[in-house]
Design a protein around this ligand. Sequence first.
Ligand SMILES: NC(=O)c1ccc[n+]([C@@H]2O[C@H](COP(=O)([O-])OP(=O)(O)OC[C@H]3O[C@@H](n4cnc5c(N)ncnc54)[C@H](O)[C@@H]3O)[C@@H](O)[C@H]2O)c1
Length: 439
Amino acid sequence: MSELTSLRHIPKTNLFKKGDVFVLFGELFGRGYVNGLIDEARAAGMTIVGITVGRRDENNALRGLNAEELAEAEEKLGGKIINVPMMAGFDMDAPAGEQNPTEMLSGITLKSWQEDKLDWAKIEACRAAGVKRFTDSAAIVMAEIDKLIPDGANVFFAHTMAGGIPKIKAFLAIANRIYKGRGERFMSSRALLDSDLGKLILMNFDEVTANTLGYLISASAAIRARVTATGGSARYTAYGYHGTEILIDGKYQWQTYTNYTQGYAKMRLESVASAAWAQGVYATVFNCPEIRTNSSDIFVGVELPLFPLLNALKRENGGKWAQQQWDACQALLEDGVQLQTLLDLIESYNNNDTSAAFRNFGAWPMDNTPALADVMIGLSEEITKMHKDKKALITDHLSSLVLEGAGPLMFHGAAEQIGPVLWLNHDIIARQLNALHPD
Ligand SMILES: NC(=O)c1ccc[n+]([C@@H]2O[C@H](COP(=O)([O-])OP(=O)(O)OC[C@H]3O[C@@H](n4cnc5c(N)ncnc54)[C@H](O)[C@@H]3O)[C@@H](O)[C@H]2O)c1
């Protein structure tokens, strides 16, 4: 998207009710964004259906969940899971008898990876094999889901898939340096993107994070046609990331976590939704604020933009409940450390030249630099140390608030059919949270 299309009102449209079906396309983790949407679906009395990405057996073959895993996952979801493995990406796929990309890269080392070359014809054959496996499974899964959806129902498909970092030992060390390294351990994200290894990883991100939305939309075409013809409807949502407006200098300003290598895939995801919308399919990518989850914890510093949400809660007319959030955050800090001191640190970080240079929407996603890694990772570590307990951070609390706010915005926003790409910035998240907690 070349234009920031922000949601500026709280959607109120109610479409989904008991008898309607919520389909989760991805797995549910405790801190994951989709919990916000699932809470809304449950509250509306919808039937919930899920999928699994599957697990790898001892020979790395993809398998469904065993009875115990399935029972646990269904209990957590509160709904039936179609037990056909839907792992996306092609890092472990290959035509019969050929090496998969993970095997092709098994020999790379921290010394050699920038020079190591891949055979792109072979990689393309692996990609095709992975796509075929995924789309064949999607067809089976959708045929099962079809049976669970009554005529005339409204169906909410929630796409949450993102990822695709291959499990190559040397790469895990490289990733640690790119996302967490500073000083001598700093590694350039541009060096990664210019290498064959990096190009492969971007292709895999595209498959997992973006193309799966397209496969979901195609695989559910028959369901969509049937429910629409019988008086129901279908909506699709996906979680994007493309920076967020937060309060800096008293104004809502766009900023981003850098470096977000997945950004290219997230822009592709936006294009998938826009193309679907142009065909009359209501798919909306909601570009969501930075929060800490199982998936984002690797990006040290991604949590820094969360703190000014506290200011937004007050700015958006927050009262007693907003103050309680300040108090709860204050209580997590070491005795003698003031929350305001921490907010001042964030404010001066956002205003320093090094980080301000990255507030360039048109140039997104930019490469990392040693100077940025130094201030961002340094501040992240400094702030963590200001807490009483490293396992109970202010950003845990604020992350759960953001996903609570994003849930209804997406649930009712999808119902309202606003557009294919919408940013949820701190203003609207704060307004929604204050509305959910009137004094
Ligand atoms: N955490 C953030 O700061 C943030 C910000 C904006 C958008 N998002 C997006 O929100 C969505 C949910 O992420 P989250 O941060 O809540 O974390 P999460 O770990 O809870 O969710 C990640 C999802 O990706 C799925 N997944 C991972 N690898 C997969 C693969 N190979 N094939 C198929 N599915 C796979 C998982 O099953 C899970 O549903 C993602 O699209 C993410 O990019 C996250």
